[in-house]
Write a protein that binds this ligand. Structure first.
Ligand code: FAD
Length: 384
């Protein structure tokens, strides 16, 4: 049982960490967030310029109530910080109407009465000419979708947290954790500080600290590619919203509007390199052959992009076997809230997940249904 005014530590001030700190201080709690890097840095899971926000959700219609609430919180953060963080571009899903991701996107829209539109090949060619569709493919337009700006968003949340009195210990690395009966000791190079509750939001690094999470998280490299547009005007957010393409081998990727009026970003959804050592500088090196795969995909599906001079950069996230995050109280110590393994789709949900983490750290429960994210579900002997 946490005391009335618990001392709460948030480990990691990355995506989930700063959002948790922001939501906790908004409720008047004393928070210390610790990270060895500045919020908004590009070395963790939040790097790479932009993120897609979708509400009609291929990952499962049960996410829709969470996504709607997340959208409201993004708008709250925009208002509170005065920053543009969620561009109202809409979001697209491109593929055959019977592709499972297209059917689930449409089923989630039907179930929750979402504002979506389905364009057949001809209508798609008129409205979104940069996309070359295969026979019979459709484009589903999710009008409540958008483009998130991750670095600005994390800086904004950190700014709100600081303004409300959060202590952000930046430049300090968490070295060890010592749960005791009188509190949880958090060890850094400057000593041990004891807290009543701890939210662990260490992203892909969580494996190092939690035996429970280590076997459930695979750290995968995600390579982003920027290609020059021949006619950049045709790739601006209104003309070319971000989205997901499902056209089979060589045609599974996500695409992002041009934000610099020059280049367009692509992310191939292909087998990803599994990383063992996150601090290895080689993590950011991408094989030159990768550019050829990107070029082949662009030539076939987005022919308005230049396929020479492609810029590549690698990032990473923690992936679980079922593709859903690990989020909830530690089963053996409810003073600890675990959040990790968001499997390439956690960013859009982060303000809400921060809010839920604030519920869990201060009351031990939440009204939101996150049972499917139970961090102990991959433990040996866990009932699925
Ligand atoms: C390239 C890419 C594209 C993506 N696209 C999308 C998308 O379009 N839409 C979407 O919704 N999601 C997307 N995602 C997923 C989403 O960005 C992640 O799921 C989310 O950012 C994970 O947040 P996190 O808090 O778990 O990790 P991070 O944001 O990485 O936070 C972890 C933090 O812990 C800190 N840390 C680590 N070790 C220590 C330590 N010992 N001491 C102190 N601090 C420490 C790190 O510095 C870091 O700041 C994408 C992910 C990637 C990689």
């Amino acid at each position: 049982m946490t005391p009335a005014s618990p001392r709460i530590a948030v480990l990691g001030a990355g995506t989930m960490g700063v959002m948790t700190a922001w939501r906790l201080v908004e409720r008047g709690f004393a928070v210390t967030a610790i990270d060895d890097r500045e919020p908004g840095h590009s070395h963790g899971a939040a790097g790479g310029e932009s993120r897609i926000f979708r509400v009609a959700y291929k990952e499962g219609r049960h996410y829709v109530p969470l996504l709607r609430r997340a959208r409201t919180l993004w708008q709250d953060l925009e208002r509170a910080s005065g920053e543009r963080l969620l561009l109202p571009t809409g979001a697209l899903t491109v593929g055959a109407p019977d592709h499972p991701d297209v059917t689930e996107t449409l089923a989630s829209a039907r179930t929750h009465d979402l504002d979506v539109e389905v364009l057949d090949e001809d209508a798609a060619a008129r409205r979104f000419p940069p996309h070359r569709l295969l026979d019979g493919e459709v484009i589903v337009v999710d009008r409540a979708g958008g483009t998130l700006l991750p670095s600005a968003a994390l800086r904004a949340a950190a700014g709100r947290a600081r303004a409300h009195g959060a202590e952000l210990r930046i430049g300090e690395r968490v070295l060890d954790l010592k749960p005791r009966t009188d509190g949880i000791g958090v060890v850094t190079a400057s000593g041990t500080t004891t807290f009543d509750a701890v939210v662990s939001a260490l992203g892909p690094w969580s494996r190092r600290f939690w035996d429970l999470l280590a076997p459930a998280i695979e750290v995968r490299r995600v390579v982003l590619a920027w290609l020059a547009a021949r006619d950049p005007g045709g790739f601006r957010p209104a003309a070319f919203p971000p989205g997901v393409r499902r056209s089979g081998p060589g045609g599974d990727f996500s695409f992002f509007s041009s934000l610099d009026d020059r280049t367009v970003k692509m992310n191939l959804h292909i087998a990803r390199t599994v990383l063992e050592e996150l601090d290895d500088p080689l993590v950011h090196d991408v094989e030159a052959a990768y550019a050829e795969q990107v070029a082949a995909t662009a030539r076939r599906y987005l022919p308005g992009l230049e396929t020479t001079g492609i810029r590549l950069r690698a990032f990473f996230d923690g992936y679980t076997p079922d593709g859903h995050g690990l989020f909830g109280p530690h089963p053996d110590d409810p003073r600890i809230v675990l959040m990790a393994g968001f499997s390439g789709h956690g960013f859009k949900l982060s303000p809400l997940f921060g809010d839920i983490a604030a519920d869990l750290a201060t009351t031990g429960e939440t009204a939101y249904d996150i049972a499917g994210l139970d961090p102990a579900r991959f433990r040996k002997g866990a009932v699925a």
